[in-house]
Write a new protein. Structure first.
Length: 307
């Protein structure tokens, strides 16, 4: 089953359950019917809030060692609110129902015209698909940047299983533009890019790699995962140790890594950095929010357009 299909099934199932509750309760008490739905929505938000509580505790303990400022209560509340909104759109609409709505854009070169703009490969994270990048794809096209947005399947497979998918995407963008692309990875997508670079020794095939909240040194919550890719993201795990050991010293210079002290999925915060990379702390941003925060997006677009 594809990633989009099972996410679509979950959304439809939740809508049917909500409709069933309303049909059952409305005749007896419209107030109870509405209150029940509101209570479920609140519980979901509170469950997400537990992520932020765990993140804050871990980050506060780590801040003395890594120098990353611990999140303030105001930062956490704002990030929690923003993450709830973005997660609803990403997991409730773009990925289940709009994953193919915006196609890849690789326009043929115009004879005698200017050379194509730098191309981009977009790589999503854990339990996501190419629909994650919906606003990015529209912006890139408006700015003339050819792009391919991948969907990595199977959703719970090993990260190394995605190498062929990334390799084909890079090949297509390079063929369309005549030069190496910028590769942008969110969350686990950054690790998939590193796995591709290792497997294909592809440093010369990429202009720059941008990662957004990628667990380069693992994610604290991954220790509870049972999926193959989740286990690979456990801090200090064998896969991450071997990945770092296999990388040549200069490879990290290809990377610009955005990270945050309010990332509710990848923490401690410094685990989203790479030694030798251009590591950019952006305080107060949650995990999904980071990929759509206007100042971060503008910085990424500047890096994509840079010579």
């Amino acid at each position: 089953m594809t990633n989009a299909r099972w996410q679509r099934g979950m959304v439809v199932c939740n809508l049917l359950l909500a409709a069933g509750w309303l049909v059952w309760q409305w005749p007896a008490s419209p107030l109870r019917a509405v209150a029940g739905l509101a209570a479920v929505m609140l519980l979901l938000r509170l469950f997400m809030g537990l992520q932020f509580v765990c993140m804050a505790r871990v980050n506060r303990r780590a801040s003395r060692a890594d120098g990353v400022p611990a999140p303030s209560l105001a930062q956490m509340v704002r990030a929690w609110s923003a993450e709830a909104r973005w997660a609803s759109v990403v997991f409730g609409w773009w990925q289940p129902f709009r994953s193919t709505a915006v196609p890849d854009w690789l326009p043929p070169p115009v004879a005698g015209g200017p050379p194509p703009a730098r191309g981009v490969v977009l790589v999503h994270g854990f339990i996501c698909n190419r629909g994650f990048w919906t606003p990015w794809m529209k912006v890139l096209r408006s700015r003339g940047h050819p792009f391919v947005a991948v969907t990595m399947e199977p959703a719970f497979g090993a990260i190394d299983d995605y190498v062929d998918t990334l390799d084909e995407a890079v090949r297509r963008v390079t063929a369309a533009t005549g030069r190496p692309p910028v590769v942008v990875g969110h969350s686990m997508g950054g690790l998939a890019v590193r796995a591709w670079l290792r497997a294909r020794q592809a440093d010369a095939r990429v202009h720059r790699v941008i990662t957004l909240g990628s667990p380069h040194q693992g994610a604290w919550a991954a220790r509870f995962s049972r999926s193959a890719n989740g286990r690979q993201m456990v801090p200090g795990g064998e896969w991450l140790r071997q990945l770092a050991q296999d990388e040549p010293p200069g490879r990290a210079a290809l990377f610009t890594c955005f990270y945050s002290n309010c990332d509710n999925a990848v923490y401690p915060a410094a685990t989203a950095t790479l030694d030798g990379a251009d590591n950019r702390l952006r305080e107060g941003l949650a995990h999904v929010q980071m990929a759509f925060h206007p100042p971060v997006v503008r910085e990424c677009l500047d890096l994509i357009a840079a010579p």
